[in-house]
Ligand binder design. Sequence first.
Ligand SMILES: [Zn+2]
Length: 429
Amino acid sequence: MSETILIRGARILGGAAQDVLISGGTVTEIGTGLEAPGATVVEAAGHILLPGLVDLHTHLREPGREDSETVLTGTRAAAAGGYTAVHAMANTFPVADTAGVVEQVWRLGKESGYCDVQPVGAVTVGLEGKQLAELGAMADSAAQVRVFSDDGKCVDDAVIMRRALEYVKAFDGVVAQHAQEPRLTEGAQMNEGTVSGELGLTGWPAVAEESVIARDVLLAAHVGSRVHICHLSTAGSVEIVRWAKSKGWDVTAEVTPHHLLLTDELVRSYNPVYKVNPPLRTEADVMALREALADGTIDCVATDHAPHPHEDKDCEWAAAAMGMVGLETALSVVQHTMVDTGLLDWAGVADRMSARPAAIGRLAGHGRPVATGEPANLVLLDPAYRGVVNPAGFASRSRNTPYEGRELPGRVVATFLRGRATVMDGKLT
Ligand SMILES: [Zn+2]
């Protein structure tokens, strides 16, 4: 049984201070001057209360790469970052391309207890792009998969992509595309542009991303299905998604926190912590992504939390693995880039980091309003906090953050999963 908790004086979605009573896993009362004898009281003056965050794009690495992350350590990192649900990407070993593997990940999530884990199913067998995986069996499994992705790899065969889009319609699923034209990015090491030219590194042109997005929004429209674009990273991609939405097509898109803040100028350091797929782009791209997230062209923020062990990053640029951890810093980066800049208010953050991703993933019980009768999946944060990122304190098993030593605003004070605190006083329970 979950206990009774009284949150005192929190600003719900950044509004006026109110008290929130949680009991039996549900928000039971909201008002001022609430009393609840015997309840655990959380003093929250000046703190913001949002629905628990939902990530559409997390790499938990289990099964197969438990040296970088496990479902348990990854969900602890998620809770520490204010998340109550994450979608676990399919590029594990073995690949999550059968009902058996997605059910295994789903069950490990249940056992972890720190946040809900919704497995993503692979689109193709072994992520090889040649043969459709058992999409229907994964949808019908205990895990009830609704999001399918070969993330890490692009579904580059147009016929396979078309079949996947047609297939997922039967159970209201969505194909989440990692848009990367493989031939245009062979040997690519960073964004193609001025900096890659000066450094002599093989470039990764924006058109490699944009051409796949253009094809896929057209395909989704053609078959009347849903497509979701993973980690959009260029200004041109924004324009294509904006155009597709103007047509009324069922197209959604996500942006990562790092693409809202960091640029390819950082690659001049040759520090592999900045090596990521898609690559860090230019300042103009960053500004276009922020605007698109503010105006709703980009639906949501997704972390693309990609843990790697030290040895896979502690090497020369060309040999280093691509990816960054992100669960524990996402909310701070969004506050820094979107809220403190005046582009988005806290209600907007609740929409882009909770309601929209839950809706895209068809995830019941998450992304709900903070209101009486709703499940108590909540995050309480202190927006006035300022701190320097220290990866030694991460709950994640990996430390490959691009923000080490950087001051970022905001701190998760408490996270509640169905009324039970997974984080309290800024610490995992
Ligand atoms: Zn990806």
